[in-house]
Design a protein around this ligand. Sequence first.
Ligand code: HEC
Ligand code: HEC
Ligand code: HEC
Length: 176
Amino acid sequence: MPWPRRAASITVLLVAAASAAPLPWLPLDRDGVHDPKAPGLALLQQPAEALAPLPRDTAGNGVRWVQALETGAIAPRSTLLGNTPVRVLDQDLIISKFGSMPAVKFPHRAHTLWLDCSNCHPVPFKDKAGANRFSMTAILNGEQCGLCHGAVSFPLTECNRCHSVPNASLRRGTAP
Ligand code: HEC
Ligand code: HEC
Ligand code: HEC
């Protein structure tokens, strides 16, 4: 049971998750990313204008990106070069040690709509169910799922979006 020492950080995250509110879309000259004095800034569309029509989220940057893509609200170009194959894998995997949390459902489809297989296989994940040793500590430290979640995809405060499958609905000891 490697959890007790890390319990504090999980508790902090839970509190943060409970109080999560939609983040305001700051104007570009106040977002702490762009140089407010850059003359080109005026040419860029403001996030509030660009993002407001998209499906709203209560966390992260305020947009449900998978929903935006699935509903056609956005239609990004899928490749830079015309002859690159697009590979979408419609397969969910259950990651479950039967711990204190509901089991994790990893949806390949939602990921391969955005990413190529090579973003995840063979590094950071072996492409064999059960072959990877996941740990919430590693994830909170920015490894494994945490390479992207909390960085470019929805934040780790959204526990239930990963831990979405009640353990009672799974049979212990059988492959998913
Ligand atoms: C991006 C996905 C993701 C998010 C978000 C996430 N986790 Fe996890 N978590 C995982 C994965 C994957 C594992 C490994 C599961 C396993 O092997 O059973 C895990 C394991 C755990 C474990 C240890 C195993 C268990 O089930 O007891 C705990 C405790 C845990 N997470 C708590 C949390 C809490 C609390 C939050 C929210 C503050 C959270 N997690 C958010 C992906 C996530
Ligand atoms: C965002 C990361 C990510 C992307 C992108 C991704 N995968 Fe995976 N894949 C995973 C994870 C996580 C697992 C689960 C490994 C485990 O259970 O230990 C997995 C498991 C697999 C497995 C094993 C399934 C089984 O039943 O044993 C195969 C095969 C696989 N992936 C193929 C692909 C292919 C093909 C693509 C591209 C179309 C792809 N993956 C894209 C993360 C990804
Ligand atoms: C290489 C980057 C990357 C890694 C690694 C990664 N994800 Fe994601 N994930 C994404 C992106 C991008 C999205 C879509 C944007 C979003 O929902 O924030 C996403 C979306 C999701 C969704 C939401 C699907 C939906 O329908 O809304 C779940 C659940 C999820 N990831 C779980 C996981 C778990 C569990 C792991 C680790 C086993 C993981 N992800 C690893 C990039 C990644």
